[in-house]
Design a protein around this ligand. Structure first.
Ligand SMILES: [Zn+2]
Ligand SMILES: [Zn+2]
Length: 199
C-alpha cells in the first residue's frame, strides 16, 4: 500500500475542482478505498464517473488520478484493486476532451494523462506479460495501444502474449484508432482526429 498511499498524499486535491462540482478533496479517500485502505483491508469499488471522467470529458483531477493509478500498479495492491486501477487508467488515456474551466487555463487533460501513462510503460508491459488475469493483461495492452510510441515493440509483445490476450488485442483490432501521442491535436494532421479505441 505504501506507494499508492504516498502518491495519493502527494497530490493537492484541495485546490482542484471535481466534476461533481465540489472540491476534489473527497477523491483522496475514494482512491484509498479503491486500493484497500490504509490497513490493507478488502478494497471496495468506488465509481469515478462524473467526478474525474465522463464519456465526453475529463475533469481537472484526471492527471493526478492517472499518477495514483500508476503508483497502484507499481504497488502490491490486491488483484481486484489492480483491475479497477487499470480500468480507471484506461478511462484517463481514452479521454477525448477537457472540461471548460481547465481548457480555459490552457490545459489539455487527455494529453497530460497520456504523457503520464507513457512514463509507466514498463508497468503496463509487466501487467501484460505476467498474465495475472486475462482481463488485466487485456486492459494493460489496450492502454499501450493508445500511448506506446514504439509500435514495433507493441506488436512484438502482442505476438508473445497472443495465447492469453483477448481476441480484440490479438487481432490488432485495438490498434485501429491509434494516433501518435506527440501528433495528437496538431493542425493539418489527418490522424489527429482519430479517437481512442472503444472501451
Ligand atoms: Zn467529486
Ligand atoms: Zn483489446
Amino acid at each position: 500500500m505504501r506507494l499508492v498511499e504516498t502518491e495519493i498524499a502527494r497530490q493537492v486535491w484541495k485546490g482542484m475542482s471535481c466534476g461533481c462540482g465540489d472540491s476534489a478533496e473527497h477523491l483522496a479517500g475514494d482512491l484509498l478505498q479503491l486500493a484497500g485502505g490504509r490497513f490493507r483491508q478488502e478494497p471496495s469499488h468506488v465509481g469515478f464517473e462524473g467526478h474525474v471522467w465522463s464519456p465526453a470529458v475529463l475533469w481537472e483531477p484526471a492527471p493526478a488520478v492517472t499518477a495514483v493509478a500508476l503508483a497502484a500498479l507499481a504497488d502490491d495492491v490486491p488483484a481486484t484493486a489492480r483491475e479497477w486501477f487499470l480500468d480507471l487508467l484506461q478511462r484517463m488515456v481514452a479521454g477525448e476532451a477537457t472540461d471548460h474551466a481547465s481548457a480555459r487555463r490552457g490545459l489539455d487533460l487527455p494529453e497530460l494523462c497520456r504523457d503520464l501513462a507513457v512514463r509507466g510503460l514498463w508497468l503496463l508491459y509487466e501487467e501484460v506479460m505476467s498474465n495475472r488475469s486475462s482481463g488485466s493483461a487485456g486492459t494493460a495492452f489496450e492502454i499501450l495501444t493508445v500511448v506506446e510510441p514504439d509500435r514495433a515493440r507493441l506488436h512484438h509483445v502482442r505476438e508473445i502474449a497472443a495465447d492469453w490476450l483477448p481476441l480484440c488485442c490479438r487481432t490488432g483490432q485495438c490498434d485501429d484508432a491509434w494516433r501518435p501521442v506527440a501528433a495528437a491535436g496538431r493542425e493539418g494532421d489527418p490522424g489527429a482526429k482519430a479517437g481512442p479505441p472503444p472501451l
